[in-house]
Ligand binder design. Structure first.
Ligand code: ADP
Ligand code: GN1
Ligand code: MG
Length: 358
């Protein structure tokens, strides 16, 4: 079915005059739709391989966006979904694909911070997001990807792919696999604490990359958080950690030159400040474990990229055949640097906590 036709299934104003793929997400197919009435929309095809029940996923997104819209002063600070002409929040085409439509929010997303202020703004956005959802009824949320940040389970899946070696790629990556296996115990720390009830379960975003935050094009202040497909009960430490992994790294997530990849401690400090200022009052334990959150999520993602490489690139969009391997290695290099800088990070957190909450 033509993309223009799909766009017309939703309650848009005017006729589509342009439909262009955009954004740099790894999961959904995203199109910007412009109409002859001068309005702009975002049309997305939900990835059915990743999200097994798109209808329940859309119920989550709809509940969360409704909830947020009642709490923000500027409508651009929460996503707004457009219903179809039949009044549902998704359209299913004849191939069984699910589509949804958002109002386009005038602003921009960054794949790397251009200044420390950009990164600070994203910390405020994710911190606010967590705070605003602190009284959302968490039990009503469907788990869109079960065990999404259960690192123990991620390792189980990774080891399964290593055993199966479906594409015969293992021989080439033995050392990388060993690197990850050597860090399994440490990477599973947060999951063990979660299972023992030592960390509070909160409504979290679970995919807190910088490019999931929209910045205002004039003021560069953060407007809103995007990509709500993985909003589920989870750990604040994963949200904090994923932002650090992506935004406080000295190179892109898929940098092939590993000598360029490390953790920027100054950016780590900048984000910590914004997050502690805006997030729900974190427990002492959560605050102490923030640096561990960064390490855990980085190793976890490395196992996910490596698993996908071994499986033959089924999950993440890839631009070239070795892309997942390059991504995995970049994350491993970053994780190793985080391990070396663990004490520095802990000192920074203690200092910032004293300034912000002391
Ligand atoms: P993915 O799961 O593939 O990452 P996202 O929901 O993050 O999908 O969307 C991909 C990109 O599309 C975002 O990084 C952002 O640039 C852009 N985008 C998504 N929704 C909107 C919106 N409502 N307004 C403006 N841009 C958007
Ligand atoms: C995916 O959807 P996107 O591109 O924002 C992935 C995240 C990874 C990220 C790595 C649903 O995020 O978990 O951390 O890629 N999302 C899903 O860039 O798996
Ligand atoms: Mg995204």
């Amino acid at each position: 079915m033509q993309i223009e036709k799909i766009a017309q299934m939703f309650q848009i104003q005017g006729q589509p005059v342009s439909c262009k793929e955009f954004g740099s997400g790894h999961i959904n197919y995203t199109v910007k739709v412009v109409t002859d009435a001068g309005l702009e929309y975002v049309l997305q095809r939900i990835n059915k391989y990743v999200f097994k029940d798109p209808v329940r996923l859309m119920e989550n997104v709809s509940a969360v966006t409704d909830f947020l819209r009642q709490r923000v002063e500027d409508p651009r600070m929460a996503l707004h979904m457009l219903p179809t002409r039949e009044g549902t929040f998704f359209f299913q085409d004849e191939e069984g694909e699910y589509w949804r439509m958002y109002d386009f929010i005038g602003g921009f997303c960054l794949d790397a911070p251009e200044s420390e202020e950009d990164f600070y703004q994203s910390a405020l956005a994710f911190g606010r997001f967590q705070r605003m959802l602190s009284d959302f009824p968490a039990h009503t949320l469907y788990e869109t990807i079960p065990e999404f940040h259960n690192t123990v389970d991620r390792y189980r899946q990774f080891k399964e792919s290593v055993r199966e070696d479906r594409c015969g790629r293992l021989a080439q990556v033995r050392e990388d696999v060993d690197f990850l296996l050597d860090r399994e115990e440490m990477a599973c720390t947060l999951q063990y604490l979660r299972e023992r009830g030592e960390l509070p379960l909160r409504v979290t975003h679970n995919d807190t990359k910088l490019n999931n935050v929209l910045l205002d094009k004039d003021t560069r202040k953060s407007l809103c958080v995007l990509d709500l497909d993985t909003v589920m009960p989870g750990l604040s430490l994963h949200d904090f950690g994923d932002s650090i992994r992506f935004g406080a790294a000295t190179a892109a997530e898929d940098e092939p030159d590993l000598s360029k990849m490390s953790l920027d401690l100054h950016l780590f400090e900048v984000y910590t400040k914004g997050f502690l200022e805006a997030a729900t009052a974190l427990t002492q334990r959560e605050v102490e474990l923030l640096p561990m959150g960064a390490f855990v999520i980085t190793v976890e993602l490395a196992t996910r990229f490596m698993k996908d490489y071994l499986d033959g690139d089924l999950y993440f969009k890839v631009a070239y055949p070795e892309h997942n391997l390059v991504r995995a290695r970049a994350q491993m290099k970053l994780a190793a640097d985080m391990q070396d800088k663990m004490e520095d990070m802990q000192q920074i957190v203690a200092r910032v906590y004293e300034q912000v909450c002391g």
